[in-house]
Design a protein around this ligand. Structure first.
Ligand code: ZN
Length: 326
């Protein structure tokens, strides 16, 4: 059984074909949203490349190389990512890599290097990497994994072949989520995907962790605050430090409110009654502004530049209350 996801099959096929035709590039920029199974994919591809007796795009799982790989002790497999407690991949990690690559491979086969979350390299790190990308040595394959190439310097991009293993069809994500266990309805799965920006594994985790109940609870609180039945501070209390989850829930709610027309037409929509009620209490013009603010604050949070989470929550909650119709 293959351990990759349906949206990754084409990417794996491309890489395997290039390997078979002996035109595998030195460096690949692998584009995939984090949470789309990208770790498993790179692990799988690495094992395929290193395997001595691969069967098309599957490793044999029995050769010496496969055994070493499964044991996490393959000497020609190098995985680089931010070290614990750090926010960036250090230049020292890149220098250590270049140093290692000057040695010959241990197993006489391929050497595989993965730089996971390549957007976390520093400017100096990128510069140090350039030379390695140009001359990595014989039978060396470097995979840079990134969610979004806009944060990767053009000098790096131009030295890599790009391969996308992202979910590019929403239906594919929905089909997978529906078939991947659980008794969730199509409506629930669609909502979970939308909240989680169509990253299927995140949506699955969200459902498993009771995310929909959280959504309902939050929606009810927003109504109570808008009605003046709960104080504004109750929002901050519920969110606590879990802004990662709540900013997404809030974004989903606001987007549903803004699409009021579909609220009117689609009475089958999840939480239709609550959303309609809330829509009636808000000012649409101001809601657009609020959504922009929310997206901005969420980006700040995801980029790790939010300094004070409780302050950010208070700020957003305040902007929300100011978006009420008066
Ligand atoms: Zn093998």
């Amino acid at each position: 059984m293959s351990s990759i996801y349906p949206w990754q099959i084409n990417g794996l096929g491309r890489l395997t074909q290039a390997l078979e035709q002996e035109r595998l590039p030195h460096a690949v920029l692998l584009l995939a949203k984090y949470g789309s199974g990208e770790r498993q994919f790179v692990q799988h591809w690495s094992q395929v490349l290193l395997c001595e007796k691969r069967i098309e795009s599957e490793p044999c799982r029995q050769c010496k190389s496969c055994l070493l790989f499964n044991n996490n002790t393959h000497p020609d497999f190098i995985w680089i990512e931010t070290e614990e407690g750090k926010k960036q991949i250090s230049i020292q990690q890149v220098r250590d890599l270049s140093e290692k690559l000057t040695e010959t491979s241990h197993q006489a086969g391929w050497r595989m290097v993965v730089i996971y979350q390549a957007e976390r390299l520093t400017v100096n790190g990128y510069n140090a990497l350039l030379k390695t990308l140009e001359e990595p040595g014989r039978k060396t394959h470097i995979v840079l994994v990134a969610a979004d190439k806009s944060s990767i310097p053009a000098t790096i991009i131009s030295r890599c072949q790009q391969v996308s293993v992202d979910v590019n069809r929403r239906k594919q994500a929905l089909d997978w989520l529906l078939s991947s266990g659980g008794e969730n309805s199509k409506e629930l799965c669609e909502a979970a995907l939308s909240i989680n920006h169509y990253v299927p594994l995140k949506a699955q985790h969200f459902l498993e962790q009771g995310g929909m109940a959280q959504l309902e609870e939050f929606l009810k609180l927003l109504i109570a605050v808008a009605e003046g039945k709960e104080p504004l501070t109750a929002i901050g209390k519920m969110i606590g430090n879990d802004v990662g989850t709540y900013w997404s829930l809030w974004e989903y709610i606001v987007t549903a409110l803004i699409k009021q027309q579909s609220l009117v037409e689609n009475s089958q929509l999840l939480y239709h009654k609550e959303l309609s009620k809330l829509a009636g209490m808000m000012n649409m013009q101001l809601l657009f502004k609020f959504r922009d603010e929310l997206l901005y604050q969420n980006k700040q949070f995801l980029d790790g530049v939010t300094l004070n989470i409780p302050m950010q929550v208070d700020f957003v909650a305040d902007a929300w209350v100011k978006s009420r119709a008066r």
